[in-house]
Design a protein. Structure first.
Length: 227
């Protein structure tokens, strides 16, 4: 019994030493994560040595603390997620981690081609082909603005009918909204907001992004949160 008491005293001293020698935020995390474990271990030892009147309540307290800590812990981001935005003529993907954008042509002469495999002249030719579809044209403008900056200065303005507009998003389904934000259908409100924040940083016009994609992402968030 004496050896376990010595071990317990050593454990308490070690924990206090770590708390005192680490920055405040690390000490708080250590106490939050290690506190429940210490209570559980000490409770088990006391119960084994016939001190259950103290040990069992300590185990219950440690288990309750652990459950509460786990429930309030922020959702972690696993990485590797992609958002998908579709129109009649294009399927555009945005990587959450890198902000890289690429797309696949769904209709027309270049059907099946990846945008990343096309040169600027070919992308502009595709734009001319798809300009009547406002969503497809707007997605393509997002790609041109990101990977071919200044493209508008290198083309004949008469060959385009102005900047592509954006259609309404009233018909967006939950499935489409999940694809746009790159979340699962059963995603929590916290996960939805985290995905929305990541994407907005990538595509907001103030960061050189796209007003159309920003509007799509905002609409997807509104659909999933019932706003």
């Amino acid at each position: 019994m004496a050896s376990y008491i010595i071990f317990f005293i050593f454990l308490v001293i070690t924990v206090f030493w770590l708390i005192l020698t680490n920055p405040a935020h690390k000490s708080a995390a250590l106490l939050t994560n290690g506190g429940p474990l210490i209570l559980l271990v000490v409770g088990v030892l006391l119960t084994v040595f016939r001190r259950g009147a103290i040990g069992v309540p300590m185990m219950i307290l440690g288990f309750t603390w652990w459950k509460r800590t786990r429930a309030t812990r922020p959702a972690t981001y696993a990485g590797g997620r992609k958002s998908t935005v579709r129109s009649a003529g294009l399927e555009m993907e945005l990587d959450h981690d890198t902000g890289e954008m690429d797309g696949r042509v769904l209709a027309g002469r270049m059907e099946g081609a990846r945008l990343s495999s096309l040169n600027e002249d070919e992308v502009l030719s595709l734009y001319r082909e798809l300009y009547s579809d406002t969503d497809s044209a707007a997605l393509l403008v997002s790609f041109l603005d990101r990977y071919h900056p200044g493209w508008q200065d290198r083309v004949d303005p008469d060959s385009f009918r102005g900047q592509a507009g954006t259609s309404g998003f009233d018909g967006m389904t939950r499935g489409e909204a999940c694809e746009i934000l790159g979340v699962e259908p059963d995603a929590s409100q916290q996960e939805i907001l985290q995905a929305w924040r990541r994407l907005i940083k990538r595509v907001h016009p103030d960061s050189g992004g796209s007003a159309f994609l920003t509007a799509k992402i905002n609409a997807a968030k509104a659909v999933l949160l019932g706003q």
